[in-house]
Ligand binder design. Structure first.
Ligand code: NAP
Length: 272
């Protein structure tokens, strides 16, 4: 990597941020396309001052992660309409000191689902009512899919279902539903609780496709059991990859080197 007087800076802001896999993935992509760009991590506590700094320094773009995805919105100059509906921003595009906020999490989820679900025509059972479920729910609707929501905490689930204007079921009381896909957007099954799973194996029998957005472990119990009963599956690494791919494309206006980004991200995940 050559850094010189015209190198454009990109980065991720969050807190904590030192364990982020995004610098490795984005720098690999910049290098693969011989772009004079570098991507670094910014541990940020004061969002307003950080954004003023990005404007003043001519930073090209920023990934936004926990805990700033919602609070950053009030400091933007403009916001993409889908990010506004979701109420969370994970990407900043900065041009001539103008900061526009986007959300690429939903784009990543839709792209990850593409090989296993025909989205515009699909009915998707979405588990969860946190930040990820909210982005995925609005994103699925953006693509024309029908969403059915389920969550452990009923009030939280009902509140998101109201925002999405969709059907809701308590997670503990899921009866057989005719759906084309199930997406787990809860943290159930995540390391170290790898023996937990959001639904019984028998429930998966009539569901053609299952995506788990949990990416540690790579194969959750949900995905293992889904495979055993014949579902098509996709693991959580792909949403992570494709949200980054969408960021690269926003920042550069080019097609991302997806294979390079996948290789870098997946090898980082294997060694983390
Ligand atoms: P969040 O805002 O904290 O929401 C957590 C969700 O999980 C809530 O719906 C919560 O239900 C549910 N939940 C947690 N523990 C549960 C349990 N023991 N039983 C039943 N429900 C439980 O988190 P988030 O940001 O949405 O993230 C959710 C998961 O997605 C995390 O594992 C995160 O790592 C992963 N993620 C992956 C990607 C990706 O690109 N692959 C992107 C974002 C997030 P209640 O409402 O009942 O508490």
């Amino acid at each position: 990597m050559k850094v010189n007087g015209t190198t454009k800076i990109y980065g991720i802001m969050g807190n904590p941020v030192s364990h982020s896999l995004s610098p490795a993935m984005h720098n690999a992509a910049f290098q693969a396309q011989d772009l004079n760009k570098v991507y670094v991590a910014f541990e940020v506590t004061d969002v307003a001052r950080a954004l003023d700094g990005f404007r003043a320094l001519g930073i090209g773009g920023i990934s936004v992660t926990i805990p700033h995805k919602q609070s950053v919105i009030t400091h933007l100059d403009t916001i993409d309409p889908v990010a506004k509906k979701i109420g969370a921003v994970n990407t900043l595009l900065i041009e001539d000191a103008h900061i526009r906020g986007y959300n690429t999490d939903w784009i990543g989820a839709n792209q990850a689902l593409k090989p296993i679900v025909d989205l515009p025509a699909a009915t998707v059972l979405l588990l969860g009512a946190g930040g990820a479920a909210r982005a995925i729910g609005f994103g699925l609707q953006e693509k024309g899919a029908t969403v059915i929501l389920a969550n452990r905490t009923v009030e939280k689930g009902q509140a998101l279902a109201r925002d999405l204007n969709c059907e809701f079921h308590p997670l503990a009381d899921l009866k057989d539903l005719k759906v084309d896909a199930l997406v787990n957007a809860t943290s159930i099954g995540m390391t170290p609780n790898v023996e937990e799973t959001p639904v019984a194996k028998a429930f998966l029998k009539h569901i053609p496709a299952v995506m788990d957005i949990v990416y540690s472990p790579q194969e959750t119990r949900l995905l293992r059991e889904a495979k055993q009963v014949g579902c098509k599956t996709v693991d959580g690494r792909y949403m992570l990859l494709y949200q980054g791919v969408a960021q690269f494309e926003l920042w550069t206006g080019r097609k991302a080197p997806v294979d390079i980004m996948r290789e870098k991200l997946f090898s980082q995940l294997d060694s983390s």
